[in-house]
Write a protein that binds this ligand. Structure first.
Ligand SMILES: C[S@@+](CC[C@H](N)C(=O)[O-])C[C@H]1O[C@@H](n2cnc3c(N)ncnc32)[C@H](O)[C@@H]1O
Ligand code: SF4
Length: 376
């Protein structure tokens, strides 16, 4: 390993059931394929190993449902991956047993991202989730018992039928568990999903009715000592966490525009001047790697202006903003002045003499709309 890439993503696509709202690359069934799939991942790692730095900082196993992977195969994979200071695994609550939690910890996992989504039984039914609210809590306690001191909860707002009271109840339930990190996503209607087909119109109505409800999420979590460090992400602030920086370091690398290597089905990599996306077809992926070849993939050139624009869009999602000099590579002074006048962004003077472009709380709530305003 003598390359420069310090962030590694590994995709584990297997799921017990396809949730209607999800458009991630997933594979339902095919239990007999777990071993072959892990072999293929490790073969791909060997082919790409030279791109990785000697000091990999973060590894992220995402899915699909990584914790549905056969336990022995998951352990074999974890033990073969490069060591890193942050190793995150995404987990579905119904798959987290005491044994699994211990195995993850022993195999070097430092952080678990638990897909709770909601604590309301009727909303979990709408989402077609398999875990009950009790199963979410039980999974969380198993992880704590296995000494995980960095647990994140994924929650959704904008679920059809979600009232303000239900949202408040979810926030209270989440806070009662005292997770180190919370991702609070707005449920998106992904085109082509059965969910969008069944609930599309209601999702639009719901989004309108719930406008302003995300303010409630921000208010409650920040009042409880969480730092709203990215549009949809919160972590216990350093002064509530013994000085620890609990931001998701792997995701932070994406938001800061760093290079990363993605292994597995449908995995995306950003490597210098290109972005690659592996085939989403399980058989094609496994077959290619079994014969020592790279998997079929799409490669898209990434020129500097495109990377600068992405850096602007992602950097503005962070509470740290981005250096004005970097923003100026993509947008002109007139556009910057306009968003400042609209009260959506400010220029902050840093102690090192640099100026940073940061969104105001209002700008952050509008999210993408501000970048659109800047880039047009
Ligand atoms: C890649 S998914 C996999 C996590 C895991 N399999 C689970 O379902 O909990 C990671 C997260 O993306 C979020 N997500 C998935 N589909 C979404 C959608 N349509 N809109 C918003 N967030 C979504 C969910 O919160 C989920 O926990
Ligand atoms: S939401 Fe999670 S469990 Fe459901 S299909 Fe998507 S990846 Fe699988």
């Amino acid at each position: 390993m003598n390359g420069s890439v310090r962030h590694l993503y590994v995709h584990l696509p297997f799921c017990a059931h396809r949730c209607g709202y999800c458009d991630f690359v997933t594979v339902v069934g095919r239990e007999g394929w777990h071993g072959r799939y892990v072999d293929a991942l490790l073969a791909e790692l060997e082919l790409e190993r030279d791109r990785l730095s000697d000091r990999v900082e973060t590894v992220f196993l995402g899915g699909g449902t990584p914790t549905l992977t056969d336990g022995d195969e998951l352990r074999r994979l974890l033990e073969a991956l490069p060591a890193a200071s942050e190793v995150t695994v995404e987990a579905n609550p119904e798959t987290v047993t005491q044994t699994l939690a211990r195995m993850l910890r022993e195999a070097g996992v430092t952080r678990v991202s638990l897909g709770a989504q909601s604590f309301q039984p009727e909303l979990l039914r709408v989402l077609e989730r398999r875990a009950s609210p009790d199963a979410v809590r039980k999974a969380f306690y198993h992880l704590r018992d296995a000494n995980f001191d960095n647990i994140s909860l994924d929650l959704l707002h904008g679920i059809p039928g979600q009232s303000a009271a239900a949202l408040r109840a979810d926030i209270d339930e989440a806070l009662a568990l005292a997770p180190e990190h919370v991702s609070y996503y707005e449920l998106e209607a992904k085109s082509g999903t059965t969910f969008t087909h069944a609930h599309g119109a209601e999702l639009v109505r719901q989004a309108e009715a719930m406008e302003g409800y995300f303010d409630l999420v921000v208010e409650r979590l920040t009042a409880a000592g969480y730092r709203w460090y990215e549009t949809a992400n919160f972590c216990l602030a350093a002064d509530h966490a013994g000085g620890r920086d609990l931001r998701a370091q792997h995701n932070l690398a994406y938001w800061l525009g760093r290079d990363y290597l993605g292994l597995g089905l449908g995995a995306v990599s950003t490597l210098g001047d290109e972005r690659r996306r592996n085939t989403p077809r399980l058989k094609a992926y496994v077959t290619a790697l079994a014969s020592g070849e790279a998997p079929p993939r799409e490669v898209e050139p990434l020129d500097e202006p495109t990377r600068d624009q992405e850096r602007l869009m992602l950097g503005l999602r962070l509470d740290t903003g981005l250096p004005l000099a970097e923003a100026e590579r993509s947008v002109d002074a007139t556009a910057l002045g306009r968003v400042e006048q609209l009260g959506l962004a400010t220029f902050r003077s840093e102690t090192d003499g640099q100026t940073t472009l940061v969104l105001t709380p209002r700008g952050r709530r509008l999210g993408g709309a501000v970048t659109v305003e800047l880039l047009t």
